[in-house]
Design a protein around this ligand. Structure first.
Ligand code: PA5
Length: 426
């Protein structure tokens, strides 16, 4: 297993033969093509733009205002308009409660459950609220309906002050939401025209909720900046995002149709959801694409671990590992030792978790599963920024290698049209 080292992410490659020279020309061509189209549809490639410090500062000021006037920020959005923010928030917040520098951030408009809306309204009735509605098109059904509910709620509760408490993140120039914001005088933040939803976590789409949750957005952007520089290489030898993309492509061509992203920290479960959308919506078209799935170990070793080890040989795994997790707990020594666990009392939980990871990798390789490993130094804002950019860059390379367009999602519109047709009939 060849091993490579970038400053912030360590990629260990699976035991498969890859003739890298077969890919060097196409990778380099796609790399340069991306640069050509970045003004049209990939504005994040050379992110951040000049003066981004000003954007970050204004977002931080807004977050400070929200934190001093509210106990809860309700974020309305679906798909790329909420997954990135929630992924970072959950990854970096305590399991129970919120960061000491942040407030509770909850999400609506990502489903059509009436019970969810009702329960959310119940849960915030005694708390001070701000609202952030996020929609690039401004017409997506789920967030639009939720915004109608919460806008009325804010108006009834805060009267004219509601105008100060509703923040709109949308397109700079067009859309229903843009018109509402203009008419009502809500504060607005812009989703750049050339950044699609699932690539928008480094824009106000992700940054406002992340900052309100108490996470350092400056460090988050620093991590992304480092990745943008290090992964701006057309040479496949030097670009680990592109190597990861090529490995995926090679495995797909060998019949491995499902990728499992595997983590050992439950707080990454929503990061998995962000990753699934990124790859699923970008690659899954024209009857092609790796199916992105994810598992949280060790929990899932006790549910679908059996299938992974011995089921149909269609899976490959990408293990995601953060070496340093801030909090840990020791295994206690017990003088009675009735459970016969004292041998383990020299370890902490995180140490055993790490060893469980190594054991799973060995077992799965033995079971014939190709294993990729991505290792990061620390679970913090900086490395999350690095990792998200890494995956975004890998995803567009991977999609173009499959000859599909990573920036559209025509299949999603089919469901919307069917639903709208049925709604009209009724
Ligand atoms: O990645 C995408 O473009 C989509 O997932 C969108 O983010 C999602 O459909 C929400 O769209 P909008 O922000 O226009 O409401």
């Amino acid at each position: 297993m060849e091993s490579r080292l970038l400053q912030s992410v360590h990629l260990a490659e699976p035991l498969i033969e890859i003739d890298w020279s077969n890919y060097s020309t196409s990778v380099s061509t796609i790399h340069h093509h991306l640069k050509e189209i970045q003004d049209q549809c990939a504005g994040w490639i050379n992110f951040p733009p000049p003066n981004y410090e000003d954007v970050l500062t204004s977002i931080q000021q807004l977050a400070d205002e929200i934190k001093s006037n509210a106990e809860v920020l309700v974020v309305i959005g679906v798909g790329g308009s909420f997954l990135g923010a929630k992924a970072v928030q959950e990854a970096l917040s305590p399991y129970f409660g919120v960061l000491k520098n942040g407030i509770q951030v909850v999400y609506a408009g990502q489903n059509l459950s009436g019970a969810y809306i009702q329960h959310l309204l119940n849960s915030i009735k005694d708390k001070e609220i701000y609202l952030n509605i996020i929609s690039k098109s401004g017409t997506t059904m789920e967030p639009s309906l939720a915004f109608r509910v919460f806008r009325q709620y804010m108006e009834q509760r805060y009267g004219s002050e509601s105008k100060e408490r509703i923040i709109v993140t949308t397109d700079e120039k067009k859309g229903v939401l843009k018109n509402i914001a203009e008419y009502a005088g809500y504060r607005q933040f812009v989703i750049p025209y050339n950044i699609g939803g699932r690539y928008s976590v480094f824009t106000p789409v992700g940054l406002i909720p992340i900052a309100a949750a108490g996470i350092d957005i400056f460090q988050f952007i620093e991590g992304m900046k480092e990745a943008a520089v290090l992964l701006n290489e057309d040479n496949i030898e030097l670009n680990d995002a592109y190597r990861y993309a090529v490995i995926r492509n090679e495995l797909y061509n060998q019949g491995y149709q499902v990728e499992l992203l595997a983590s050992f920290e439950p707080s990454l479960a929503f990061f998995h959801e962000w990753w699934k959308q990124l790859f699923g919506e970008s690659e899954g078209k024209n009857k092609k694409g790796i199916f992105p799935s994810a598992v949280t170990y060790s929990t899932d070793l006790h549910s679908i671990g059996q299938y992974i080890q011995e089921g149909s040989p269609i899976l490959f795994e990408t293990f995601l590992h953060f070496k340093e997790i801030e909090d840990d707990y020791p295994i206690p020594f017990d003088i009675r030792n009735e459970d016969q666990l004292n041998d383990l009392s020299t370890y902490s939980f995180n140490e055993i978790n790490s060893i469980a990871k190594e054991g799973s990798i060995l077992a799965h390789i033995e079971g014939g599963i190709p294993v990729i490993q991505l290792e990061l130094k620390k679970l913090d804002a900086y490395h999350m920024g690095f990792l998200m950019y890494f995956f975004m860059k890998a995803c567009v390379m991977s999609s173009f290698l499959l000859d599909v367009n990573p920036f559209d999602q025509p299949g999603v519109d089919i469901y919307k049209n069917k639903m709208n047709g049925l709604l009209k009939k009724k």
